[in-house]
Design a binder for this molecule. Structure first.
Ligand SMILES: NC(=O)c1ccc[n+]([C@@H]2O[C@H](COP(=O)([O-])OP(=O)(O)OC[C@H]3O[C@@H](n4cnc5c(N)ncnc54)[C@H](OP(=O)(O)O)[C@@H]3O)[C@@H](O)[C@H]2O)c1
Length: 278
């Protein structure tokens, strides 16, 4: 009979007492993740995005969750992730109420849809800056806090939101997403580079590559591509992404169950990216 070592299954997916930071946490995928992180046992989940009122609303909703652990808290720290001074302030604000961070979900992102001929330089730069450069500097600036209680047996985690647009191509034509698609391919590769740099420091870095999830960012494009029903029909599993798909993936990547993944991309798209258009 083979040996079975799974003595502590009950805590395998638990995030009991963990401290997490979610950029772009005020709505959409970030908010779905934050909800999962709190319900999986995190003691503190910091929510950051540019708009203070949106962060406040998000933490009010999260703090009203019936399933979070007693005493667990969502905490609002508004900041613009695209600015270096704001990232420094974010880290300093977070550091006022915790001496370490276990999980950084670097998720804030933006897109731009416009045809090839007129795709504007200012938008290209803005998208690349937020989706790639800011992710790198978020990780760099949070690294000291991520290192604080990280050990080989209990490594800290960086989870980065890429996209299937960084694996296949993005939208083309009138609403082409050249900069977005390029930025997401770049950030998936950045994740692999970070995984090798930070793995030995006990900070594991992995990425999500979601397909379409209805959200403020995606809903316009979903409509332009025929709407939810049409896209569901095209998807191999006949549906789009749901909040719990993000929550489940982030909890997994943050937990002991995910502690041997480093540099991986978790594709959350029902298999859509595998469908060749040729
Ligand atoms: N939804 C999808 O289908 C899909 C698919 C693949 C990948 N993604 C990726 O998932 C991530 C989240 O997208 P979403 O669909 O959840 O979009 P969303 O609902 O528009 O949320 C974007 C979040 O990012 C924040 N944000 C935007 N610019 C920011 C900045 N400069 N600094 C800090 N926060 C900023 C927004 O809040 P403020 O406006 O208050 O700053 C908001 O909280 C993005 O990286 C996106 O590329 C989404």
């Amino acid at each position: 009979m083979s040996e079975v070592h799974l003595d502590d299954f009950s805590s395998l997916f638990s995030l009991n007492g963990k401290v997490a930071v979610v950029t772009g946490g005020s709505r959409g995928l970030g908010l779905h993740a934050a909800s999962g992180l709190l319900q999986a046992g995190c003691s503190k989940v910091y929510i950051t995005s540019r708009k203070a009122s949106a962060c406040e609303e998000a933490v009010a909703a999260l703090n009203a969750l019936p399933n979070k652990r007693p005493g667990a808290q969502a905490i609002s720290v508004p900041a613009d992730s695209s600015r270096m001074d704001e990232l420094d302030r974010l880290v300093a604000e977070v550091n006022k109420t915790t001496d370490h961070v276990d999980i950084l979900f670097a998720n804030a992102g933006a897109t731009w849809g416009e045809k090839f001929e007129t795709h504007p330089e200012h938008a290209f730069s803005k998208v690349m800056d937020l989706n790639v450069k800011s992710v790198f500097y978020s990780v760099q600036k949070f690294a000291p806090l991520l290192s604080k209680s990280a050990t080989r047996e209990s490594p800290s985690r960086v989870i980065i939101t890429g996209s299937v647009a960084g694996i296949g191509v993005g939208s083309l034509g009138e609403n082409a997403t050249f900069s977005y698609s390029a930025s997401k391919a770049a950030v998936l590769h950045l994740t692999r580079n970070l995984a090798l740099e930070l793995g030995p420091r006990h900070i594991l870095c992995n990425a999500l590559a979601p397909g379409f999830f209805p959200s403020k960012m995606a809903s316009g494009l979903i409509e332009k591509q025929g709407g939810v029903k049409a896209l569901e029909e095209e998807s191999p599993n006949k549906r789009l992404g749901r909040p719990e798909d993000i929550a489940g993936a982030v909890v997994y990547l943050g937990s002991r169950a995910g502690s041997h993944l480093n540099g991986a991309t978790l594709v959350l798209d029902g298999g859509s990216v595998l469908k060749s258009k040729l």
